[in-house]
Design a protein around this ligand. Structure first.
Ligand code: NAD
Length: 305
C-alpha cells in the first residue's frame, strides 16, 4: 500500500497502555512500524496498588507480532522517569499519548481531598509531568505529536465526577496552550474526547453498547492525528465506536453596554440586556483564538463608544 500511514523510525510513548484504550493505541502504532513504550503502573481503577503484568502483557503481544516495544512501570507522576525509558530504549521520543487515568467518583458533597488530589495527580499533573519531560526533546528535534485525553465529563460535566471533570477540562486548556507554544517547533498537540468500553466504563455504558464502542475503533483516529502528514493542532476531537467529530467553542451575539458618557453600566442595564448576552438566534460565531478575540473585542468597544 503506497500511501499507508507508517511510523518507521518514530518512537511513541503511550501512558496507561496496559489495558483499555492505551493498549489499542500501543498495538496500532506498533503495527505501523513505530517503536512503542508501553507505560502502565498496573494499579486498580481507583489508583490503588501496582503491578508490572499489565504493561508486560501488551509488550509481549506487540513483540509476538514482530513489533518493537518496551515496558515502563512508573507512575505518570514520575514523568522524567517515564520519558527516560523511551530515551534509554530507543534514543528519542516523537509521539506522546497522555492516556493514563483513574476514577474516584463521588457526588460533590461527599468528595474528599484524596479523591480530588489523586484524580488530579494522575490525569492533569501526570500529563503535565510526562509532557514537560518530553518537551525539550521534541523542541530540539523540531518534531512532536502530543495527545491529551479529555472526556465528555470535562467538556459538559457529569454527576459524581467533579474531580475528574475539572482535571479533564484542564487537559484541554493545557493542550490548547501547548499547541500555541509548540507551533514554532513543529510540535502539534490535540485533545481527544473518547468513549469506549473498558474497565472504567463497565457498569456505566449499557452492556449492549459495550461491543459497539470497543476501544479499537478509537485507535485509528489517534494514529492519524499523530502521523507526520496530519496538520491538526489545537483541536478537540470526539471519538467513539468509529464516530469522530471536532468540537469547538462558540460565542452568542453578545452586547457592549456603557452607561452615560461611556461610564460603567449599571446592574439594571445588564438585566435589561441579558437576552442579547445569550442571543443564539444568529449564526454561531466561532470562538477559538484568544488573539482574534482580543482584536474583535477592541473593535466592538470602539464601535460602541
Ligand atoms: P483503563 O482503566 O482501561 O486504562 C487506564 C490505564 O491507566 C490503566 O491500565 C491503568 O493501570 C493506567 N494508569 C492509572 N494510573 C496510572 C499512573 N499513575 N501511571 C501510569 N498508568 C496509570 O481505562 P480507559 O477507559 O482505557 O481510559 C483511558 C483514558 O481515557 C483515561 O484517561 C480515561 O479517563 C479516558 N477516557 C475514557 C473514556 C471511556 O469511555 N473509556 C471516556 C473518556 C475518557
Amino acid at each position: 500500500m503506497a500511501d499507508e500511514l507508517r511510523f518507521d523510525g518514530r518512537v511513541v510513548l503511550v501512558t496507561g497502555a496496559g489495558g483499555g484504550l492505551g493498549r489499542e493505541y500501543a498495538l496500532a502504532f506498533a503495527s505501523k512500524g513505530a517503536s512503542v513504550v508501553v507505560n502502565d503502573l498496573g494499579g486498580d481503577a481507583k489508583g490503588g496498588g501496582k503491578n508490572s503484568a499489565a504493561a508486560d502483557k501488551v509488550v509481549e503481544e506487540i513483540r509476538s507480532q514482530g513489533g518493537r516495544a518496551v515496558a515502563d512501570y512508573h507512575s505518570v507522576e514520575d514523568g522524567e522517569k517515564v520519558v527516560q525509558t523511551a530515551l534509554d530504549a530507543f534514543g528519542r521520543i516523537d509521539i506522546l499519548i497522555n492516556n493514563a487515568g483513574i476514577l474516584r467518583d463521588r457526588s460533590f458533597g461527599r468528595i474528599s481531598d484524596l479523591d480530588w488530589d489523586l484524580v488530579h495527580r494522575v490525569h492533569l499533573r501526570g500529563a503535565f509531568k510526562v509532557t514537560r519531560a518530553a518537551w525539550p526533546h521534541m523542541r530540539k528535534q523540531k518534531y512532536g505529536k502530543i495527545i491529551m485525553t479529555s472526556s465528555t465529563s470535562g467538556v459538559l460535566g457529569n454527576f459524581g465526577q467533579a474531580n475528574y471533570s475539572a482535571a479533564k477540562l484542564g487537559l484541554v486548556g493545557l493542550s490548547n496552550t501547548l499547541s500555541i507554544e509548540g507551533s514554532k517547533y513543529n510540535i502539534h498537540c490535540n485533545s481527544i474526547v473518547p468513549l469506549a468500553s473498558s474497565r472504567l466504563t463497565q457498569g456505566i455504558i449499557p452492556p449492549d453498547v459495550m461491543d459497539v464502542v470497543k476501544p479499537e475503533y478509537v485507535a485509528p483516529y489517534v494514529v492519524y492525528l499523530c502521523h507526520e502528514s496530519c496538520p491538526e493542532t489545537g483541536g478537540v476531537f470526539q471519538l467513539a465506536g468509529g464516530w469522530a467529530a471536532e468540537l469547538r467553542w462558540h460565542q452568542a451575539a453578545g452586547v457592549v453596554l456603557f452607561g452615560k458618557g461611556g461610564q460603567v453600566p449599571t446592574p439594571e442595564m445588564v438585566r435589561d440586556n441579558w437576552d442579547k448576552v445569550t442571543d443564539w438566534s444568529g449564526p454561531a460565531k466561532e470562538f477559538s483564538n484568544s488573539g482574534n478575540f482580543m482584536a474583535e473585542l477592541l473593535g466592538k468597544l470602539q464601535e460602541a463608544k
